[in-house]
Design a protein. Structure first.
Length: 569
């Protein structure tokens, strides 16, 4: 074989060779080890709830809740949905379900009636843990509208036409709601034999069992449920935290939502595997709450998407806070503006902040920069491949391209999901026969293995860290009686990185305004999916074969609205 002397001629393939072994435990087993090892150290601080629990205290509460779930009649493999913002009950539910093999189903707090019904029915949730409300959204009213049978049902015995699999509804808070259990009462349901069953059940679980389902939108219709195992997310949380050199002396501020992998995997499981402290500053993101939590709890690490860091840096009281305890953290979720990264390092003392890249289907992180990478690398790339993971960049024929050449990024390894729930066809489209997850992102790998994400094969829009697929919104808007056709695209936005723009073709003889379109969306789809920009058009730019040319739509929208492309890392 001829030796390749030109580094640039090497293939765009790399693997994370590591002497550190993968964890072969279930999440429950890892949890018990941490509780024993770090018993008296802080495990969880929830500022707005006034909660401060040691690992020993957290362990006792988790075991009690797990026994309560068994007392309800839930069995390993049953799906338990959670529809709530960041709170102590979220992490209790995460670890309690894991201990007894219940599959936690993350439901976005921004979901509304139609999305909630779809998620619960798609995976057949038998139980739902929900907050009563978040900000102006009344979760109880939404669920009661969807399941009016709750008003006359005995808790645990729901029989609902719209949600046929759902039996148990568990609400947070102390007020009583017809048909629902109170969260704090679940542990009290457990009998001594249920407590014994917790350990016996946990001992039967395997690390490659499904333990978590997270919904990720598709390009053709409804969201898909990515099935993640103990091994997937426990190891990913561990290696992501290793990359920022987390230890049991660290205190990680987690303002990112727990329903995302960023919060529950990179945050909670990263802390679990290192004995570090989880700090939740508020139920939903609030830059002032973050700054206060970092100072008062002496946080050493902070997570966030770029828009969160921007909000913190630009808060009028920013200079009043002492952030010298910070040293590291992760910025991920959407492209990072270069200037923001520089300010985070200089003004927030996060000299070892890293960039991470991933997707729900890969648990999530595949690439991450190192704490000692040069600044230029940390602002212009998403780092290098994670341990025990393989990556490659391929052309449209699936052949590996040479370094420096753009192609689709693919990843393979322990972190790749088992598949989409009850959707073999979509699973085969995403994960090929050789086990490679096709990300749909366009990337370039340099001669040192650093990867730069340069675009997307498909039309996914990333708005403030939320992945949005236009087709889902298009199909919803199609249901409006006055809309004949609609196309949704992403356009640059100074605050969120990208915003949605809908091109709407109105039915002949009908009249509709932009406000009408937004009003149609309100309460039916998540707020971040409602298009900010709405343009009424007579036709769409198309190829000769009738394919919509969204890149032309994007260019025309940028020009018409005088938008500016955002410079990103």
């Amino acid at each position: 074989m001829t030796e390749i002397k030109n580094q640039a001629a090497q293939p765009s393939y790399d693997h994370g060779a590591s002497s550190t072994r993968l964890i072969g435990d279930t999440i429950g087993q890892a949890f018990d080890k941490t509780v024993t090892t770090y018993a008296t150290q802080d495990a969880l601080v929830v500022v707005d709830q006034g909660i401060r629990w040691t690992w020993q205290e957290l362990g006792a509460r988790v075991r009690a809740l797990a026994a309560g779930f068994l007392a309800l009649g839930l069995e390993p493999g049953d799906r338990v949905g959670i529809w709530a913002p960041n709170c102590s009950e979220w992490v209790l539910t995460q670890f309690a379900t894991a201990k007894v093999g219940l599959v936690l189903v993350n439901i976005n707090p921004a979901y509304r009636r139609a999305e909630l019904a779809y998620a619960l029915n798609k995976v057949g949730c038998k139980a739902l843990v929900l907050a009563p409300a978040l900000k102006s959204t009344d979760y109880l009213a939404i669920l009661n509208d969807l399941a009016p049978e709750l008003s006359s049902a005995k808790p645990g015995m729901l029989q609902c036409r719209a949600l046929p699999e759902l039996k148990h509804v568990i609400r947070l808070g102390t007020p009583q709601t017809p048909g629902m259990f109170n969260f704090d009462d679940i542990s009290a349901l457990a009998q001594p034999e249920d407590v014994v069953r917790v350990e016996a059940t946990g001992a039967q679980l395997q690390f490659d069992d499904i333990i978590n389902i997270q919904f990720t939108s598709g390009t053709t219709g409804q969201p898909k449920g990515a099935c993640l195992t103990h091994q997937n997310i426990l190891n990913n949380g561990y290696f992501v935290a290793e990359a920022i050199k987390l230890t049991d002396q660290d205190r990680l501020c987690i303002p990112v939502p727990l329903y995302h992998c960023f919060g529950m995997v990179m945050g909670n499981l990263g802390c679990l595997t290192h004995g570090a402290t989880m700090v939740y500053p508020s139920a939903a993101f609030d830059p002032l709450a973050v700054l206060k939590a970092v100072q008062e709890e002496q946080c050493t690490a902070l997570y966030g998407v770029p828009t969160m860091f921007i909000a913190e840096l630009e808060h009028p009281d920013f200079t009043k806070f002492d952030l010298r305890s910070l040293r590291t953290g992760i910025m991920a979720g959407s492209p990072c503006p270069v200037e923001v990264m520089k300010r985070v390092q200089a003004d927030m003392n996060m000299t070892e902040v890293t960039i991470a890249y991933g997707m729900t289907e890969t648990s999530p992180v595949s690439l991450q920069s190192a704490t000692d990478d040069p600044l230029e690398r940390r602002v212009s790339t998403v780092g290098r491949v994670q341990p025990h993971v393989e990556i490659k960049v391929v052309d449209t024929d699936g052949r590996v391209v040479r370094r420096g050449v753009t192609g689709e990024l693919c990843t393979r390894g322990y972190s790749v999901m088992l598949g989409y729930w009850n959707d073999e066809e979509k699973t085969r489209e995403a994960v090929d026969a050789a086990g490679w997850m096709h990300t749909g992102d366009l990337a370039v790998m340099d001669d040192q293995g650093y990867v730069n994400i340069v675009g997307r094969l498909k039309d996914m829009v990333i708005r403030g860290g939320e992945n949005i697929y236009p087709r889902e919104i298009e199909e919803f808007l199609y249901s409006h009686p006055h809309i004949q056709d609609v196309q949704v695209i992403g356009v640059p936005d100074e605050k969120y990185g990208e915003e949605l723009c809908a091109w709407v073709k109105v039915r002949e003889g009908q009249v509709i305004t932009a406000d009408d379109v937004r009003a149609f969306c309100k309460g039916q789809i998540a707020h971040y999916k409602v298009p900010r920009h709405i343009r009424f058009v007579d036709e769409f730019p198309m190829t000769i074969t009738g394919k919509i040319q969204k890149y032309i739509m994007r260019q025309q929208t940028i020009e018409a609205l005088a938008l500016t492309e955002q410079k990103t890392a």
